[in-house]
Design a protein. Structure first.
Length: 330
C-alpha cells in the first residue's frame, strides 16, 4: 500500500500516529515507525534537555523515520533548533503557521507537515513552504483546529494543494477509514484514538476501559477543560465534569461547578477539576472525571492491541475494503 508520500518520508504504509500529548512517548512513536508507519511524538512543552533526551530515545528504539510535533501557540524556535540539531527528519506544526519556521526547518534538512482546517489554510501553508498538509476534521480527539468534517474537508484540501501530499485526520480508527480517505485523495491517515488502546500508550488503565466502553456519541466537543491557551476547542469523552458544566449553563472559568476541586494526583502534584491532564499510569484518584481525550472514531475501538498489530490490522482492513468497493462497483 505504499505511495509517493510513503516513499518521500521513508515509510512502508500510509499510517501516521497522531501526536497525542501525554499519551505518546518514545515507545509508541517507535513502535508505529517499526511497523512501517510514521511515529510522531509531541514535544512542544517542557525543558529542551528533556526534549533532546526524548528524541534520542525514539532513535534508539527505531531505525525508521519519525516526526516531532510542535504547537505554535507558543514560541517554538528553540525547540525547532533542537529538532534540527538532532536531525529529526520531519517536523509537524500545529495550531498556527509560521513561514519563517518552515523555511528554517528546510534549511536544517527537515520536511514540514502543517495541520490545517480549511482549503484556504492549506493553500497558505503550501505557499509558505509546507511539504505535507494534515487536514484535520472536526471529528478528531484532543485539540481540534478545524470545524469541518473529515469527509467534507479532505477532498477540497486535496483539490486546493495539487501534488502536495495530504494526510487525513479525524475520526479514522480502522482500515475502512483509511480506505475512505485514500479514495478521497489523501495519501495517508493520521490516527490517534485507536492507538490509545496499545500498551505502549502512556495512559491509565481506567482510561482504556472508558475508551473500550464508549460509542460514537460518547464524546464532547467544546472548551470545558483548561488547555492552556484561549479559544482552544477540544474533544474528550463525556463525564461528570462535562455534564455538570453543561447543566450549569457552560459558565466561564472562575464560575464552573466544582472548580478547583482536587480529583487526582500524580508525581507532579495535584490534579484539579478542569485541568488539561492526560491520566498517566501512575495517576491516582478519580480518573473518570479527568480530561479523557478521544475522537468520534472511538466507537470502533474495542480491544487492546500492540501498536504494531494495530498498524498491520488497519492496513489489511484497508486493502480488503478497497477491493470490496471495486467489486461492488463492477
Amino acid at each position: 500500500m505504499t505511495n509517493p508520500f510513503c516513499e518521500r518520508v521513508g515509510i512502508d504504509v500510509p499510517v501516521v500516529l497522531a501526536p497525542m500529548g501525554g499519551a505518546v512517548g518514545p515507545e509508541l512513536a517507535a513502535a508505529v515507525s517499526n511497523a512501517g508507519g510514521l511515529g510522531c511524538i509531541p514535544l512542544w512543552e517542557g525543558e529542551l534537555d528533556v526534549m533532546r533526551q526524548q528524541i534520542r530515545a525514539v532513535r534508539k528504539l527505531t531505525p525508521g523515520p519519525f516526526a516531532v510535533n510542535l504547537n505554535l501557540n507558543w514560541p517554538q524556535e528553540a525547540r525547532l533548533e533542537v529538532c534540527l540539531d538532532e536531525a529529526v527528519p520531519i517536523v509537524s506544526m500545529f495550531w498556527g503557521m509560521d513561514a519563517a519556521m518552515i523555511e528554517r526547518a528546510h534549511r536544517g534538512g527537515a520536511l514540514v507537515m502543517q495541520t490545517v482546517g480549511s482549503a484556504a489554510e492549506a493553500r497558505r501553508a503550501v505557499d509558505g513552504g509546507a511539504d505535507i498538509i494534515v487536514a484535520q476534521g472536526w471529528e478528531a480527539g484532543g485539540h481540534v483546529w478545524g470545524k469541518v468534517t473529515t469527509m467534507a474537508l479532505v477532498p477540497v484540501v486535496v483539490d486546493a494543494v495539487g501534488a502536495v501530499p495530504v494526510v487525513a485526520a479525524g475520526g479514522i480508527a480502522d482500515g475502512r477509514g483509511l480506505a475512505a480517505v485514500l479514495a478521497l485523495g489523501a495519501s495517508a491517515a493520521w490516527i490517534g484514538t485507536r492507538f490509545l488502546m496499545s500498551p505502549e500508550a502512556t495512559i491509565h488503565p481506567r482510561y482504556r476501559e472508558r475508551l473500550a466502553a464508549a460509542n460514537e456519541t460518547s464524546t464532547y466537543y467544546g472548551t470545558v477543560f483548561d488547555v492552556g491557551w484561549p479559544d482552544g476547542p477540544h474533544r474528550t469523552l463525556r463525564n461528570d465534569t462535562v455534564d455538570a458544566w453543561e447543566r450549569a449553563g457552560r459558565p466561564a472559568s472562575g464560575h464552573r461547578p466544582g472548580e478547583g476541586e482536587r480529583l487526582a494526583e500524580s508525581p507532579e502534584g495535584d490534579i484539579v477539576r478542569y485541568s488539561c491532564m492526560t491520566p498517566q499510569p501512575d495517576t491516582v484518584g478519580d480518573i473518570d472525571d479527568l480530561s479523557l481525550w478521544a475522537g468520534q472514531g472511538v466507537g470502533l475501538v474495542r480491544r487492546q492491541q500492540p501498536a504494531a498489530e494495530i498498524v498491520r490490522d488497519i492496513v489489511a482492513e484497508a486493502g480488503t475494503a478497497l477491493q470490496s468497493a471495486v467489486s461492488r462497483a463492477s
